[in-house]
Design a binder for this molecule. Structure first.
Ligand SMILES: [Zn+2]
Length: 173
């Protein structure tokens, strides 16, 4: 009996490990999510910029565009959350390749729903100034967070330990 249980547990563990590995094998091939945006539409050093209000450091990039500009998913993925929160306004969370979460904030309109599969050609929303971007120039706040931490990325910056989770999107544009 005990042996059977152990076997079952081992099988489940192996299965989970395989799923984890498959996730890492899916290529990311990230694409700039804001339609028509280029290098002049974001600050090259905006990631981890300090000071940054309540967030202390800026854990993403702000891509400026006209209100209503289409946002396409930066990677293929699964929409985990679509809704309204205080700081981010209208936001989306998409689970992409390599167990990374892609966070899109300050949207004017959300054009997808939770549990939808999205691709790089899917319009998931439009650029806006919702949440704490109200009254500021419309922009997309875009962050990439890895669920599996990368502790070797921790440095002596302010909140540097959080760099094991937050990746610099600009490095992938
Ligand atoms: Zn931002």
């Amino acid at each position: 009996m005990k042996k059977e249980k152990l076997k079952k547990r081992t099988r489940i563990l192996i299965l989970l490990l395989i799923i984890l590995i498959i996730g890492f094998l899916i290529p990311q091939n990230l694409k700039m999510p804001v339609q028509g945006a280029g290098k002049s539409d974001y600050h090259p050093e905006s990631f981890w910029f300090y000071p940054w209000g309540k967030s202390v450091t800026h854990k993403g990039v702000d891509v400026f565009a006209k209100k209503g500009t289409a946002i396409h998913s930066a990677t293929s993925g699964l929409v985990l959350y679509a809704g309204n929160i205080k700081m981010g306004g209208k936001v989306l969370v998409v689970l992409g390749p390599k167990w990374r979460l892609h966070y899109y904030a300050h949207l004017d309109e959300i054009r997808t729903t939770p549990l939808s599969f999205v691709g790089k050609k899917t319009c998931i929303g439009t650029v806006g100034a919702t949440g704490n971007a109200a009254g500021k120039a419309p922009h997309l706040h875009y962050s990439i967070l890895t669920i599996v931490p990368y502790p070797w990325r921790i440095d002596s910056d302010r909140q540097g330990w959080k760099k094991m989770f937050f990746l610099n999107p600009i490095a992938y544009f």
